[in-house]
Design a protein around this ligand. Sequence first.
Ligand code: NDP
Length: 249
Amino acid sequence: MAGKLDNKVAIITGASSGIGEATAIALFAEKAKVAIAARRGELLDKLAQRIEASGGEALPIVADLTDETQAINLVQKVHAHYGRVDILINNAGLALAGDIDGADTLDWRRMIDINLLGVLYVTHATLPIFKAQKAGHIVNISSVAGRTARAGIGVYNLTKWGINGFSEALRQEVYKDNIRVTIVEPGMVDTEIDTHITDAIAKQRTIERRNSIAPLQSEDVAAAIVYAVTQPQRVNVNEILIRPTEQGW
Ligand code: NDP
């Protein structure tokens, strides 16, 4: 059976878990070929095997996207392998919650390196391909935290507000080349993201907050991404804000 993304090639960053993993599966279900990137190669291999066992095509690529050379290599490998790239999902990210005062500033650098620079490097490496093709779609995974600031997640707010501003400026730069830009802003999603928080108090606070509601599942966000990337070429879905029904903030 034909899918809505037959013959399309998608790069999904942060595909070793959570939203990225679910998005790879959802795009494959629409018959896209998926290049899946993250640092944990064993998880990527498992996902690729799962997709291939179901008759799909997946290309796992281990990359630390805070390193510009590895980001460039990722895009070049995918392009060399498939001869094209149609969709880029900039999803890899960290949410290291914690108050600004007294923070471990290493947490800030880690977030800025992947949530901002990682997105910039992969986007920068992909744009020449999209421009030459006169087509392409970039989906940047932002957050409700890119729209609403809250005490205790200030630097995460900084990174996601940055992604929103960057994405709109990018859209204005590239729409004439038929390149679409979408931001997806989820509320709380049930993933492993809290396990990486280093500040014990912030970690407990975040877990309690997430446990106080029925959060989104990664598949819910993946469905929003699929919606954006399967619209006719004339439609550019610029922004999708998606909260759990029970999330009041
Ligand atoms: P996960 O922790 O499950 O996924 C994060 C992914 O990013 C992993 O696959 C991880 O892979 C990858 N990653 C992290 N650092 C790097 C790096 N340096 N290089 C390459 N890949 C990296 O969390 P989510 O699925 O929840 O998060 C995905 C995105 O969604 C993030 O941008 C997050 O900010 C955003 N988001 C999440 C929300 C939530 O409530 N969960 C809400 C709103 C937005 P690996 O460790 O193998 O490298």
